[in-house]
Design a binder for this molecule. Structure first.
Ligand code: SF4
Length: 743
């Protein structure tokens, strides 16, 4: 087959997704994975964040720990440096690998349980000293808790554990405060009783003295002596009733679990829900109890310092209702956690999610996103919550007034401090977690698909905290993404070519690479055998950077590896490339929130530059006129100073811009900050002058569409597309409308 025929097959596939001839192999017939994943075939042999220990409550070590870090700590503590420690290191690392393998096979349990099981298995294949070494290492683990892998249950388990951890800290503070108030109120009642008629009776006196010396006193005589002129009750009736009522409300509260399980007040409310409607209903139903408890606490505080003034406080507390509650009052109570099960995002009971979050209810919601790919192209996809689920977090961020965190499940551990903060903050919070799509992921693990979603910018990690400050720089963070300032993260790639020679290169990980991991997208890809590679093929990442006209001449491909780790080129169809462009556009918007390539900053820079140039031009004009008016000694010879100035003027002044005829496109060249965007669209039409500022070299070198797109792309809006030159160009009506804003 000649080159032209090969190219035509590939071009047809790229444009239409249809394979013709035998030169293109369907992706679903050959197991392929992105070349960057070649080194991650067996995650059980790779020391990484997972598995995690969800740390039992009662420790101060945070709520989650990585097994790798725990094992490192054990080895640092127990294994001597050098050769003597080598044996211990080897056995403990084997045990760590065994734990990973067990979890990957579906085992479950606590770290101590699974450690003991794995240790006994490894010891049974070795001598007794191995058992001792592993048992010793197990004893030196600092913490315990459920050992979990990055599987389908991870997002809900991790988030519920984080929430419980935060709530237990909140409960400890709450109980500390309540205990203090209860003690003080009880002391007031006890003291009043001791000074009352009832407190002076013989039995009460005996109980008060109590213990060893009780038989040495005559309590009847003592009672007669001390009870003269004693009031029936030292506390006024209203005060006693108020204190007793407040005390009873504190003791019987049902919001925080008692310190001792099964103790008084153990019938506490449940704050964990699986849908938004149930959480809202429970909040409303419990609101009167919240009001009563807050009232009781306020009264108790006043009584404890003897500051209750019936004249002022009675009417205040009579009118006290749910509208009187402040954010500080509500912060005393547990926040509801709604963990929406994967697959229930579009259930009617969750339809009010955005309204609930924006209403300021103290609720934390975890939404699991399991499918990003079906939503990638315009006009398709499923709209739970009124927006595409992959855009849910950005939409919530736009509402403001809440905490929003978006993350893939693979990065939950690294973002644990942010998660803990979000669970504990006083704002409503949304946690949108991509948990991978197992049915679609082929042979890749959940961990890898989740990590791929994040790396490819399909589901970037970010945190927005409305209470984090008064500007975007303090409220918004992209810090957990790799290379957040670039379009795509780039990795070194090393492989053997067909002559078995080592080749080193670089490869970007794009949205299309992520999409390739999903078998349902096989139709958008085609594997090209090496003998059919053509010079028109170009890496997808380079294709994305080409101007439209040049891109039309080339075919984008990805690099992938098969089961034998042989390198292949995989063509990508136009629809998938369009989805990649769209992903990039959304990533750029998110970058702007983090101040990366901020268009406002670029515009400001351009304005400053233009002002600086205008100033410079005025100074030169002044210099020119000074020279022109200077007396000359030799009439016909130009003064040296004048020559220097003329040279300086010539060197520093941009070529004069000809006033364009009204319908011609033109650029305000002097204001161009050289961002290069227009040249990416058409480098023949847009070129730089000697000052590296853009002008239109040849308006006929491209289409009116390119002029309009360049005008729309130009960060400082200095490109004026004029009127179309070719009346037959498709879509002119729409293009002229778009051009109006720039002419
Ligand atoms: S897009 Fe605008 S700012 Fe950027 S190089 Fe072109 S004219 Fe200059």
């Amino acid at each position: 087959m000649d080159m032209a025929a090969k190219f035509q097959d590939q071009q047809v596939f790229h444009m239409t997704g249809r394979r013709s001839g035998e030169g293109l192999v369907p992706l679903d017939t050959v197991p392929m994975r992105p070349a960057q994943f070649a080194g991650y075939r067996d995650l059980t042999r790779l020391r990484h964040d997972f598995p995690l220990v969800l740390v039992d409550s009662g420790t101060t070590d945070g709520f989650a720990a990585s097994l790798t870090i725990l094992v490192n700590h054990v080895l640092e503590t127990l294994a001597p440096r050098g050769i003597e420690g080598e044996r211990l290191r080897k056995h403990v690392l084997r045990l760590e690998r065994e734990l990973r393998a067990r979890l990957a096979e579906g085992a479950g349990g606590t770290l101590s349980e699974l450690w003991a099981e794995a240790a006994s298995k490894l010891a049974s294949d070795a001598d007794e000293s191995v058992a001792k070494v592993l048992a010793l290492a197990g004893e030196s683990l600092r913490i315990d808790g459920a050992l979990v892998d990055c599987d389908e249950r991870l997002p809900s388990r991790f988030m519920i554990h984080a929430w419980r951890h935060v709530q237990s800290q909140k409960a400890a503070l709450f109980h500390g405060h309540l205990d203090r108030l209860q003690r003080k109120l009880s002391d007031i009642l006890r003291a009043a009783h001791a000074h009352s008629e009832a407190g002076q009776r013989p039995a009460a006196l005996r109980a008060a003295v109590g213990g060893f010396h009780a038989d040495e006193f005559d309590f009847a005589a003592m009672s007669k002596l001390v009870s003269r002129n004693v009031p029936k009750d030292q506390l006024p009736a209203a005060r006693r009733a108020r204190i007793e009522k407040a005390l009873s409300a504190l003791v019987s509260q049902r919001f925080h679990a008692p310190r001792v399980p099964g103790g008084e007040g153990s019938k506490v409310h449940d704050f964990l829900f699986d849908n938004v409607a149930a959480a809202v209903a429970a909040y409303r139903e419990r609101l009167p109890q919240v009001v009563e408890l807050v009232k009781a606490i306020a009264i108790a505080e006043l009584e404890a310092r003897n500051g209750y003034d019936e004249h002022d406080h009675d009417p205040f507390f009579e009118a006290y209702d749910e509208n009187s509650l402040t954010a500080d009052d509500l912060a005393l109570f547990p926040d509801s956690l709604v963990c929406i099960p994967a697959g229930r995002n579009d259930a009617p009971e969750n339809a009010g999610l955005m309204d609930t979050l924006s209403s300021g209810l103290p609720v934390k919601v975890v939404v699991e996103v399991t499918d990003l790919l079906e939503e990638s192209s315009i006009g398709t996809g499923h709209y739970a919550f009124g927006v595409r689920s992959a855009r849910l977090a950005t939409a919530a961020m736009g509402l403001g007034g809440m905490f929003v965190l978006q993350a893939a499940s693979s990065s939950l551990y690294r973002m644990r401090n942010r998660i803990e903060h979000g669970m504990g903050c006083s704002l409503p919070a949304l946690f949108s977690v991509f948990a991978g799509a197992p049915a679609a992921a082929g042979e890749l693990s959940r961990y890898l698909t989740a990590a791929a979603a994040m790396e490819s910018r399909a589901f970037p990690a970010f945190v927005y905290d409305a209470a984090g400050g008064d500007n975007w720089a303090t409220r918004f963070s992209l810090e957990h993404n790799r290379d957040p300032e670039t379009d795509w993260p780039v990795e070194s790639l090393e492989y053997a070519d067909e002559q078995m020679q080592r080749v080193r290169g670089q490869s970007a990980f794009t949205y299309a690479d992520f999409a390739m991991c999903d078998r349902r997208n096989a139709a958008h890809f085609a594997v090209v055998p090496r003998d059919r590679w053509t010079s028109a093929m170009i890496p997808a990442v380079d294709w994305l950077a080409l101007p439209e006209r040049d891109a039309a001449e080339r075919i984008p491909y990805l690099v992938a590896v098969d089961d034998e780790d042989a390198l292949h080129r995989v063509l990508v169809d136009a629809r998938m490339m369009q989805a990649s462009k769209r992903c990039l556009l959304l990533w750029h918007r998110i970058q702007e929130h983090a101040g990366i390539h901020d268009s406002h900053a670029v515009r400001l820079l351009a304005r400053e530059k233009a002002e600086w140039e205008a100033q410079k031009s005025r100074e030169l004009d002044a210099l020119r006129s000074e020279v022109a008016n200077a007396p000359t000694t030799v009439a016909d010879a130009p003064a040296p100073a004048a020559s220097a100035v003329a040279a300086a003027v010539a060197a520093s002044t941009p070529p004069p811009e000809e006033k364009p005829p009204s319908d011609d496109p033109w650029i305000e060249t002097a204001r161009c900050p050289s961002c290069n965007e227009c040249q990416l669209i058409n480098p023949e039409m847009f070129v730089y002058n000697e000052n590296k500022q853009a002008y239109i070299k040849d308006a006929n070198a491209g289409t009116f569409r390119q002029l309009v797109e360049a005008a729309e792309t130009c960060q400082v809006a200095i490109i004026h597309p004029g009127k179309p030159r070719n009346p037959d160009e498709p879509g002119l009506e729409e293009l002229m409308k778009r051009a109006e804003a720039f002419n």
